[in-house]
Design a protein around this ligand. Structure first.
Ligand SMILES: Nc1ncnc2c1ncn2[C@@H]1O[C@H](COP(=O)(O)OP(=O)(O)OP(=O)(O)O)[C@@H](O)[C@H]1O
Length: 290
């Protein structure tokens, strides 16, 4: 029997210990879109402050899982609870960074104003009055420090590098002190040093702000050292658990349907070899629909 030949295998570590309440609880969940089964029997619990990656081949439904947690894509089976509520009921506690599109180079809005939109963007640019405005300015300064963007936060966002823009967008998603951060491929289109730097930043935020992070990624290697839990969606099933249990050659080969090797380095780190590359213009394939 292949490692995921029963659809829906989950490791024992997919569930949290009883004394650790789940921030997000996904129970035997499934989604059908346009009459096509995207995934089913997905189970995972995410606790406060955990860093969780959602991984798997193109089109397998990673973004759909984030959208289901937000209530943007309804489940067709099973259940998702977010902070004990049905999807969509606790979204004010969630920061969401959708798959990014590049900013036009001529866009003049400053980095710090992009962050500020995360605080009062719903007011359509009408500034908060008096004391609340001062508190907003202080929070934006705090976020700029958190993502280490002081050197460029006053420059127009269209003139910043992909990595700099991504840090500002993460800060924007954190503006209202969410308890859960949903990041859809934040490392997409970044070079390797920037992928490592942004992954380290996200891990630091998990710890410093106590925010749980669920992050869609294509390549597990730059984030592997930071992860508490992984969810692999594959055409043969879904597997979730702690990295050491889930990230094995046999499991990944079965999920991706192509040979994948998991190597252990002399200092004990895991490296995944043979994972198919994402296409270069990955974000071009995504429409604007939820
Ligand atoms: N608005 C939509 N309506 C119907 N089907 C959709 C919609 N958006 C996406 N899909 C389909 O749902 C499936 C899962 O898409 P999704 O974007 O969740 O996959 P993904 O794993 O995030 O892909 P990628 O790695 O390419 O970003 C795909 O087959 C896609 O074509």
């Amino acid at each position: 029997m292949s490692p995921v030949s029963q659809r829906n295998r989950e490791t024992d570590s997919a569930q949290l210990p009883d004394d650790q309440p789940a921030l997000v609880a996904v129970r035997d969940a499934g989604v059908v879109r346009n009459g096509r089964l995207i995934w089913e029997h997905v189970c995972v619990d995410v606790a406060a402050g955990e860093f969780v990656a959602i991984l798997g081949p193109n089109g397998v439904g990673k973004s759909t899982l984030l959208k289901s947690i937000l209530g943007l894509v309804p489940l067709t089976s099973g259940e998702i609870r977010l902070l004990g509520h049905a999807p969509g009921r606790a979204n004010h506690q969630v920061g969401y960074l959708p798959q990014r599109r590049t900013f036009d180079a001529s866009l003049r809005i400053r980095g710090r104003d992009v962050i500020r939109l995360g605080l009062d963007g719903h007011r359509w640019g009408i500034p908060l009055p008096g004391r609340r405005s001062r508190a907003a300015i202080a929070r934006v300064d705090e976020l700029i420090a958190l993502v280490d963007a002081g050197a460029y936060a006053d420059r127009p966002i269209g003139q910043l590098s992909g990595g700099e823009q991504q840090r500002l967008l993460i800060a924007q998603a954190l503006a209202r002190r969410p308890r859960l951060l949903l990041l859809d491929e934040p490392l997409d289109s970044l070079d390797l040093p920037n992928q490592a730097a942004v992954a380290a930043l996200i891990s630091r935020i998990c710890r410093a702000e106590g925010v749980a992070v669920m992050m869609v990624a294509h390549d597990v290697n730059p984030i592997l050292a930071y992860l508490d839990r992984v969810i692999y969606l594959g055409h043969g099933g879904a597997v979730s658990g702690i990295p050491a249990e889930v990230i094995t050659s046999a499991t990944l080969t079965a999920l991706y349907g192509t040979p994948i090797e998991v190597l252990s380095t002399s200092d004990g780190r895991l490296v995944v070899v043979g994972q198919p590359e994402a296409p270069a213009h990955h974000s071009d394939r995504h429409g604007g629909q939820p």
